[in-house]
Design a protein around this ligand. Structure first.
Ligand SMILES: NC(=O)c1ccc[n+]([C@@H]2O[C@H](COP(=O)([O-])OP(=O)(O)OC[C@H]3O[C@@H](n4cnc5c(N)ncnc54)[C@H](O)[C@@H]3O)[C@@H](O)[C@H]2O)c1
Length: 375
């Protein structure tokens, strides 16, 4: 595993737990953690039970006792690391967004296809049981024709003009490293879920804003222009004819990670909220009139086809954020040696990248932009 920050911890936790709860074809072995600071990566490796550590990611990839490379480094490192790992014949798990833009993502897709190595991107919200249940209900045709898709991802942690950009933990504010602001960081999650639930997006019309135009850069020490989008809102038309609105910002005072979506179909509607992630709200117009209304499904049942829940506790006891990563590891391992790769693959994640590209392009041109699709 490369990178021992937020995602390094989330993934390590998942690798350690997954074998205790899921029946797996193969057991993960925590062979090595990699980071540039020797003291820190050593302490991380000891704490999480890695058998060794490396301070140079190229050395890690060259090791022949490692089968899977897990990329938990900032976005600008994803292409270099993934392409090198593919060339070394390793399986690859890569954090989202796949890359900073579609052109980089295309090279990554080509590399894994040429090498024929299993690959997956950590769009983990797909594996929150309530979100997987939403997918299953849609697949069963319960919504009928879909008219509307509405998604939001709201935060408030960059409002202070004194917050610097760049370097550890603040690389997200540095456009060179992150590629974009809320579009690639937060809306990418919303877009991945949306494409999975409602199919491809045909065109978009966007606006973005950078509220704080200059910030001190942690690495150069100078006050520099801020190149990321602080906020982004866009309209979209899906290929299935439905209309969508997406909004994300890091300036919504009071909101820390409010990811919500709602889908309105001809017969039924679905709504989900990350702050209440074990619940799925469902309304079905075909219910008998006197009891018709929004029902709040506590997605914790075993007999009720609630995804993943029979692996955890007894019905009624909920699980949380970190479990979505455990589910993703389980699905990846159990997809090996089958002809059904665990999704989203690099190829699937490239589709999201193309939507992000079109959104940023539209924000520049002020026009509707067509979304490119993976061939
Ligand atoms: N799936 C999700 O919900 C989710 C959530 C947060 C972050 N992410 C993604 O995960 C990735 C990492 O984000 P994070 O929040 O964990 O960041 P972070 O800043 O907490 O950690 C990044 C880690 O990468 C290491 N790193 C940077 N350059 C490196 C290099 N050249 N060699 C080795 N290690 C290097 C850093 O030292 C640090 O340990 C990003 O791509 C981000 O978009 C995904």
């Amino acid at each position: 595993m490369i990178g021992y920050g937020f995602m390094g911890r989330a993934h390590s936790n998942a690798f350690r737990k997954v074998g205790n709860f899921f029946d797996l074809k193969y057991q993960p072995v925590l062979q090595a953690a990699c980071g540039r600071d020797e003291a820190k990566v050593k302490a991380f490796a000891e704490r999480w039970g890695y058998q060794s550590y490396e301070t140079n990611w190229r050395k890690l990839i060259a090791r022949d006792d490692i089968d899977v490379i897990d990329i938990c480094a900032p976005n600008d490192m994803h292409p270099k690391m993934a392409i090198a790992a593919a060339e070394a014949g390793k399986m690859i798990l890569c954090e989202k967004p796949l890359a900073r833009n579609g052109a980089e993502g295309e090279k990554m897709v080509q590399a894994v296809q040429k090498a024929g190595v299993p690959n997956m991107v950590w769009y983990n919200y797909r594996r929150v049981p309530a979100v997987t249940l939403a997918y299953n209900l849609i697949q069963e045709g319960r919504l009928g024709r879909v008219f509307h898709y509405r998604a939001k991802f709201l935060q408030d942690w960059t409002i202070s003009p004194d917050l610097p950009q760049g370097g550890a933990a603040l690389w997200r504010l540095d456009a060179k490293v992150a590629g974009s602001g809320v579009t690639g960081d937060l809306l990418a999650h919303c877009i991945d879920t949306a494409i999975w639930l409602n199919g491809p997006i045909d065109k978009v019309c966007a606006m973005t804003e950078t509220f704080i135009k200059q910030r001190k850069h942690n690495l150069t020490g100078k006050v520099q222009r801020v190149g990321i989008d602080d906020a982004c809102a866009f309209l979209a038309r899906f290929k299935n004819g439905s209309l969508a609105t997406f909004e994300s910002t890091r300036y919504a005072r009071g909101h820390k990670a409010l990811y919500t979506f709602e889908i309105n179909g001809e017969h039924a509607s679905i709504a989900w909220d990350l702050h209440d992630l074990h619940r799925l709200e469902y309304f079905d117009h075909r219910d008998e009139g006197k009891i018709r209304g929004w029902r709040s499904i506590h997605v914790t049942d075993h007999g009720g086809d609630h995804p993943y829940m029979d692996k955890w506790w007894v019905p009624g006891l909920q699980i949380g954020y970190e479990h979505s990563f455990v589910h993703q590891v389980a699905d990846f391992i159990n997809s090996l040696d089958t002809d059904q790769p665990a999704q989203p693959t690099f190829r699937d994640a490239l589709e999201t990248q193309y939507v992000c590209d079109a959104v940023l392009q539209s924000a520049k041109t002020g026009k509707w932009e067509k979304v490119k699709h993976v061939k």
